[in-house]
Design a protein around this ligand. Structure first.
Ligand code: ADP
Ligand code: MG
Length: 204
């Protein structure tokens, strides 16, 4: 279980701090809901370890991960900026997600190929991210995160701006992940995404 216990945070120039408090079970998805500027991305950064809470705690399976570095946390994130390496091919970007040293097994390579086909990018493995559309980059970022197979998936508006076919494919992929026991924290302002994917909600 992920427990976010009275996590208080404010940026230096901010008067009223946030206080985040919720918990989520494996295989469940919580939707983080709020207007633009309400703190959804801030919460994602706190969970991922890129920001430090002023007080409160974050627990995974009953143990605090509050002081763990981002790479020590049992999670992977898809941020709004996608964070793809622009000088590396789509395949290598995804491969680095699975193995930072790129020691990929035949099985890993097949999983990448199957994944790319699944998200409609079967022909795009050797392209550079700069030669993809925004929606295609988004699919690569999401696939990379999913193939990392961490128990927790942080999704910051992962389906925003996708056309409806690509959106359907990715929603299906996320539902499969959930069925496999992945816990998801989903920031989304899209009512339909929240209805299809989320089991509970946290309103900011
Ligand atoms: P959301 O993702 O819900 O749109 P954000 O978490 O990005 O909201 O931002 C919440 C608020 O915090 C906004 O008012 C934003 O301007 C402010 N903010 C975000 N990042 C910083 C920062 N690094 N320094 C100061 N204020 C920030
Ligand atoms: Mg945001």
């Amino acid at each position: 279980m992920l427990e976010v216990k009275n996590v208080v945070f404010a940026y230096p120039d901010q008067n009223t701090p946030w206080n985040f408090h919720f918990s989520v079970e494996p295989g469940q998805c919580i939707a983080i809901h709020g207007a633009s500027g309400s703190g959804k991305s801030t919460l994602m950064n706190l969970l991922a370890g890129f920001l430090q809470p002023k007080s409160g705690d974050i627990l995974w399976q009953g143990k605090s991960i509050r002081n763990h570095a981002p790479w020590q946390r049992p999670m992977t994130s898809v941020f709004q900026e996608h964070n793809l390496f622009e000088h590396l091919s789509v395949e290598t970007n995804i491969g680095l997600g699975i193995h930072p040293g790129l020691k990929l097994t035949q099985e890993d390579r097949q999983a990448i190929e199957r994944g790319l086909q699944k998200v409609g990018l079967g022909e795009f493995g050797m392209r550079l991210p700069g030669d993809l559309s925004g929606g295609q980059r988004q699919r690569v970022a999401l696939l990379r995160a999913i193939l990392r197979q961490q128990p927790l998936l942080l999704l910051d508006e992962p389906l925003t701006g996708l056309d409806s076919d690509a959106g359907d494919i990715l929603r299906q992929l996320l539902l499969e992940q959930k069925a496999n026991g992945t816990l998801m924290v989903l920031a989304s302002h899209d009512k339909e995404d929240r209805r299809i994917l989320a089991d509970s909600a946290c309103n900011l």
